[in-house]
Design a protein around this ligand. Structure first.
Ligand SMILES: NC(=O)c1ccc[n+]([C@@H]2O[C@H](COP(=O)([O-])OP(=O)(O)OC[C@H]3O[C@@H](n4cnc5c(N)ncnc54)[C@H](O)[C@@H]3O)[C@@H](O)[C@H]2O)c1
Length: 246
């Protein structure tokens, strides 16, 4: 169920990868809960609300991410919530993953989360803001998947980035958490989910017996962004229908 309330009233949030999927659902939900929201993506989109702004950003560039934080503060006056969600899915095994796939995957997924965490933390620490930083990991950061070597490596890295940053930032009242989604119906998974055999395999492998929807993740992000998770840091919240509990 999509909640519209004031849980994020007075807060300013950035969501990366907000043109699509989990990022868009989360940015929309943050907005519906009272936050001012910057939708950031490499792909341009139009945002309609006066409380929202689109900023083009390539998370694999630290300059682009630093600019994203600076432009957000310039427009909305502060930054409370940084959701480092942008990511790409790539294939490749321990034998055939090329240098290019490895570097691209690590740069977008892992360096992107690092640049976002660093830029937001620097700002929040300086301004004494008890902010919340959220990173999108994956169940592929908790267990191995075949033919996804670089992707699994990047998502495992995000989990450790989250824990280490949480320890560095706890004394400043800045919380850092990760969400580990299971299989969710988005543009990223469409190529698999339109194949009936794959879709059935994912459904049957999920204890709750369904594929996730973007709002499942947005609701988790809203919890981690809000004061209700005020005693939660360094955690990895799996939202996977029970996939890794097996
Ligand atoms: N869908 C799933 O089943 C699933 C499962 C686990 C984790 N995830 C993770 O969730 C996140 C969101 O994925 P999604 O399923 O919504 O996919 P999606 O493809 O629908 O959305 C990803 C968005 O990220 C943007 N993006 C890609 N590279 C970027 C870059 N360099 N800079 C800025 N933006 C960039 C894309 O333009 C796109 O709008 C990703 O980190 C993904 O790895 C997804």
């Amino acid at each position: 169920m999509k909640s519209t309330s004031t849980r994020l009233q007075g807060k300013v949030a950035i969501v990366t990868g907000a043109a699509s999927g989990l990022g868009k659902a989360s940015a929309d939900l943050f907005l519906a809960n009272g936050a001012k929201v910057v939708y950031a993506d490499v792909k341009n989109i139009k945002v309609k609300s006066a409380k929202a702004l689109f900023i083009n950003c390539d998370v694999s560039s630290s300059a682009s991410v630093n600019n994203l934080v600076a432009a957000t503060v310039k427009k909305f006056g502060r930054l409370d919530i940084m959701f480092n969600n942008a990511g790409i899915a790539t294939g490749g095994t321990a034998v055939n993953t090329t240098d290019e796939i490895w570097t691209k995957t690590l740069m977008v997924n892992l360096s992107g989360a690092f640049y976002g965490t660093r830029a937001a933390a620097k700002y929040m620490q300086r301004e004494k803001i008890n902010g919340s930083i959220i990173n999108t990991a994956s169940i592929a950061g908790l267990v191995g998947f075949q033919d996804s070597l670089a992707y699994c490596s990047s998502k495992g890295g995000i989990i450790q980035l989250t824990r280490a940053a949480a320890l560095d930032l706890a004394k400043f009242g800045i919380r850092v958490n990760a969400i580990a989604p299971g299989v969710i119906d988005t543009n990223m998974t469409k190529p698999y989910l339109t194949d009936k055999n794959y879709a059935n395999f994912f459904k049957l492998s999920t204890p709750l017996g369904r594929i996730g929807v973007p709002l499942d993740i947005a609701n988790a992000a809203l919890y981690l962004a809000s004061a209700e998770s005020g005693f939660v840091t360094g955690s990895v919240l799996t939202v996977d229908g029970g996939w890794v509990a097996k």
